[in-house]
Design a protein around this ligand. Structure first.
Ligand code: NAP
Length: 416
């Protein structure tokens, strides 16, 4: 493993330079096309997980602020729902063009606040913008249906109508794509939205909202309510229980998803949940091992293992187990850990201290119960606790947490 970016001073200098060049970094929330503080005046810090440097402060909004944003989106819906499919399509296309024009800067903001290596951030921005591209076209194609009637005196028609205000709650691991995927669909259909980004990554969301306003998307159609983790539950409760919100789209952990599902029941909202997983990855002896190892690197170590589709358990046919693990070790040794903004880095930091502690404890639990560490297994000591060594372990059984829980870290669990 190559460890780069060992000098905190050098990293800090480079990042402050990076921040100075960011014209889309905002320090206020976005409601009714206005940049607004929290009514309490409270803020929280957004930090770079690579070095703890404070990137900026954003409003720590509460129940009142969220109700205000919902009201605004509810009022905006009254006119937005009557726009033509063509009008919405044209506006989404303009937003897409601006997102594309600013893709490099959005990627740099994302790397600074999420730690994701710059090349991966650029990849996510392309993916994220693709949703707006797609929905700008789909906006024009919202067909209805004439249904065969059971009587001669009635004609039956099915038409699709926007449902109203959509609440969008998104995670930090895809700070752009989880927003455009939801907001693109909502806007194309004629819904307005209130977005609550994750505490760790509000700056990407605000940058995209800025470009939406510049694209001419009318006031109140997109709103971004920022809040700290300690206020997430109260803000979420407003979004889930307000009778003015018609639907919730949430991507995040299974536990929070269950809670929101329950809260949405009181107003019988439309709910769309994308939750966590415990993804298996299976390699048979007939596989092309080079390709299987390459695939493992992509789906285990991308975003430092912090994606919902990251392989959690690698099941390798016994006859090729040793060979596969040896090849995987070689490939993992080629990964570079460091500040995601530095050239060549493939493994950034874990997003926050809680996540870093969880990954460390999962590995410790496995080792205590008899797992064998082939590579890594610890934080990179000279880089602070958030950088975790790309790790391979085996001799894992059902009693270990790594077998049963979503790891969300760079730990490949190999099981014959
Ligand atoms: P999380 O804790 O559930 O957070 C996701 C979002 O929910 C964040 O905006 C968070 O705000 C907010 N939130 C937390 N508690 C809340 C509450 N009580 N009420 C309302 N909102 C609340 O998930 P995470 O740990 O950030 O994300 C990782 C999880 O997401 C993993 O399990 C992963 O598999 C899953 N994920 C799934 C997909 C998919 O496509 N299926 C994609 C990406 C991620 P704060 O940030 O302020 O806590």
């Amino acid at each position: 493993m190559n460890v780069i970016g060992k000098l905190p001073f050098v990293i800090a200098t480079r990042l402050s330079q990076q921040i100075r060049n960011m014209s889309l970094v905002r320090s206020l929330a976005f409601v009714n096309n206005q940049w607004v503080p929290a009514s309490s005046g409270e803020t929280f810090e957004v930090t770079n997980p690579a070095n703890g440097q404070v990137l900026g402060q954003v409003p720590d909004m509460d129940v009142d602020d969220t109700e205000q944003a919902v009201n605004v989106a509810f009022e905006a819906f009254k006119t937005w729902e009557h726009t033509t499919a063509k009008e919405r399509s044209v506006l989404l296309r303009k937003w897409y063009n601006l997102l594309e024009d600013n893709k490099d800067e959005i990627a740099r903001i994302m790397t600074a606040e999420s730690g994701k290596p710059l090349s991966e951030a650029a990849g996510e921005v392309a993916y994220a913008n693709g949703f707006i591209d797609w929905f700008s076209e789909e906006a024009r194609r919202i067909p209805g249906e004439i249904v065969a009637s059971p009587t001669q005196t009635k004609e039956m028609m099915m038409i699709r109508r926007p449902i109203g205000v959509a609440a969008l709650i998104t995670p930090w691991n895809f700070p752009a794509a989880m927003i455009t995927r939801k907001a693109g669909a909502a806007l194309a259909a004629g819904c307005t939205c209130v977005i609550k980004p994750a505490e760790d990554t509000p700056l990407t969301a605000l940058a995209m909202a800025d470009l939406a306003a510049k694209a001419g998307i009318p006031k109140g159609v997109i709103n971004v309510v920022t809040c700290s983790r300690k206020k997430a539950a109260e803000v979420g409760r407003v979004l889930c229980t307000s009778p003015q919100v018609a639907g919730l789209s949430f991507t995040g952990s299974t536990n929070v998803g269950k809670l929101l599902y329950e809260q949405c029941a009181s107003t019988v909202k439309r709910v769309s949940l994308e939750l966590g997983g415990n993804a298996p990855y299976i390699v048979f002896e007939s596989a092309d091992l080079e390709a299987a190892v390459k695939g493992t690197i992509a789906c285990k170590f991308r975003n430092c293992g912090q994606t919902c589709v990251s392989a959690n358990r690698l099941f390798i046919q016994e006859s090729i187990f040793d060979q596969f693990v040896a090849k995987l070790e070689e490939a993992v040794k080629g990964l570079k850990v460091g500040d995601g903004a530095a050239a060549g880095v493939t493994q950034g930091p874990l997003i926050n201290d809680a996540q870093a502690t969880k990954v460390k404890q999962l590995v410790e639990d496995a080792v205590k119960k008899g797992a064998k560490v082939h590579l890594g297994g610890k934080p990179v000591s000279e880089m602070g606790t958030r950088f975790f060594q790309p790790t391979i372990i085996s001799d894992v059984d059902h009693s270990m947490r790594v077998f049963n829980e979503e790891i969300f870290g760079p730990v490949a669990v190999c099981i014959p």
